[in-house]
Design a protein around this ligand. Structure first.
Ligand code: NAD
Length: 479
């Protein structure tokens, strides 16, 4: 399948006629092409978004809501097709895509379809002398740049609130996983979304992405991706005072206290370490365990990791698929070598997984657990973004909190305890934007989502997203 741009309601190749090869991670072989766009394509998409903005922004909220709900229904209807496309494109287990990620993309559209009709603004009356009220107006064409790990889910997480608030959008999906964005274009037309309201520009970050960031017609930019690229985007957008939200990398801690329900903690910690081959920004890659239960917890976690079914992502029973690209596969396997050279002891995994048949050249890495490394070792400081997690014992609560807070990241954390007071106390002390107690990756779309420190700037979700995509204007009336 070739992935084209979707501009002004039409699928089109890049104006320069250039293409990028698209690989299937499970086989390591190319299976399609991606339009390699440049500034000309971005210009066409922004022009379409500008043209569509007056009519879209002045539609009654109910009308916008209806269109977004129609998109949600079509994603649900085509769930299996989209899940298959995403599984082939990313190497992720098809069951994970079909049961979790694609349904969540539909839910994002549905949630913001509701939000469009439910949001209100503030008034500040001062007796019968003055009335101040706040208008929250859409900004115009806005930009979205998203990564490869949850392609449709993270794209819809930005696009849906932007559209609900009355903006038009130019979105750049990852060049590594362009398939479901291409298919979303078709669904938008079928849903009756007016042309130019959502435009998708495929292609490379430094070419298509940077042209979008630099375009003066883009009134706000929402970015999810690495801290390195986020920093560049923050600098570029600051030059024009363009509003910018950044959801970046993480090195998330998992704290397991001795009083935790061990079954739940082992299960949750394993999912947090290995779901989607560890390629979720929220994955818990640093596991801190109270020394009293360290040995028992470690044995059970190793057994769980060894039992994960690694295989062809298109097999419905597969729990661990392939890593997304050769480049990323090399990054992760190099990180495991670094852990070894730092003196880490490999408890399980630790290498490339060799499959038979059609997957024999795929980019598979075994779920890997490592112990014996200091908290300030590179392995415990740098984001690996693969199926690799480390274990470190601790004795005291304060020590656990200090270890958890000891990186430049601050995206999310999980803590496992039956002690209610401790749960609230520790949650308050962690320098992370999202803290889960006795669970992991449970999402309520109304809650603020985002990171502290070098994990980002700004929040997504619910009201925060609608506020990001609107400009507050105070109107002061003398009565
Ligand atoms: P990346 O930063 O390499 O790329 C992300 C997107 O930015 C892609 O679409 C890419 O083409 C584009 N891009 C790259 N260079 C650009 C440039 N100079 N100008 C404009 N756009 C550019 O990240 P990735 O490898 O695709 O994704 C993995 C990273 O994303 C990890 O660090 C992960 O933690 C992070 N992530 C964060 C969250 C979150 O919510 N905080 C969610 C998912 C992923």
């Amino acid at each position: 399948m070739d992935a084209l741009n979707f501009i002004d309601g039409r699928h089109v190749p890049a104006q320069g006629g250039e293409w990028i090869e698209n690989y299937e991670p499970a086989t390591g072989a190319p299976y399609g092409k991606v339009a390699s766009s440049d500034a000309r394509d971005v210009q066409a998409a922004v022009a379409a978004a500008q043209e569509a903005f007056p009519a879209w922004s002045s539609l009654p909220a109910q009308e916008r809501s209806r269109k977004l709900r129609a998109v949600a229904r079509l994603i649900e209807r085509d769930k299996d097709r989209l899940a298959r496309a995403e599984s082939i494109d990313c190497g992720k287990p098809i069951t994970l895509a079909a049961t979790l990620e694609i349904p969540r993309a539909a839910l994002n559209f549905e949630f913001f379809a509701d939000a469009a009709t439910q949001s209100a603004t503030e008034a500040h009356p001062a007796g019968d002398v003055l009335l101040n009220y706040t208008l929250r107006q859409p900004l115009g064409p806005v930009g979205s740049i998203s990564p490869w790990n949850l392609p449709l889910y993270l794209l819809s997480w930005k696009v849906a609130p932007a559209l609900a608030a009355g903006n038009t959008v130019v979105a750049k999906p990852s060049e590594v996983t362009p398939a479901t964005a291409h298919l979303l274009g078709e669904l938008c037309n079928e849903a009756g979304l007016p042309k130019g309201v959502l435009n998708l520009v495929q292609g490379l970050g430094p070419k298509a992405g940077s042209a979008l960031v630099a375009h003066p017609g883009i009134k706000a930019l929402s970015f999810t991706g690495s801290t390195r690229v986020g920093r560049e985007i923050a600098v570029e957008t600051a030059k024009r005072f363009t509003k910018c939200a950044l959801e970046l990398g993480g090195k998330n801690p998992n704290l397991i206290f001795a009083d935790a329900d061990l079954d739940q903690a082992v299960d949750g910690t394993s999912r947090a370490a290995f779901q989607n081959q560890g390629q979720i920004c929220l994955c818990g890659s640093r596991i801190f365990v109270e020394r009293k239960i360290y040995g028992a917890f470690k044995e059970r976690l190793i057994a769980k990791a060894r039992a994960l079914r690694l295989g062809d992502p298109l097999d419905p029973s597969t729990e661990q698929g392939a890593l997304v690209s050769r480049q990323h596969f090399e990054k992760v396997t190099t990180a495991i070598e670094t852990a070894r050279s730092e003196g880490g002891k490999i408890l399980c995994g630790g290498g490339v997984a060799h499959l038979e048949g059609r997957c024999k050249n795929g980019w598979f890495v075994e779920p890997t657990l490592i112990e014996g490394l200091a908290a300030d070792a590179r392995t415990n400081q740098e984001e690996i973004f693969g199926p690799v997690a480390t274990l470190i014992p601790f004795d005291k609560e304060e020590e656990a909190v200090a270890l958890a807070n000891s990186t430049r990241y601050g995206l999310s954390a999980s803590l496992w305890t039956r002690d209610l007071s401790r749960a609230h106390r520790v949650a308050g002390q962690l320098h992370d934007g999202v803290v889960w107690v006795n669970c992991w990756l449970v999402r309520d779309l109304r809650t603020p989502f985002g990171g502290m420190k070098e994990s980002g700037m700004g929040r997504e979700g619910g009201l925060d997203a609608l506020r990001f995509f609107t400009e507050p204007k105070n109107v002061c009336v003398k009565l």
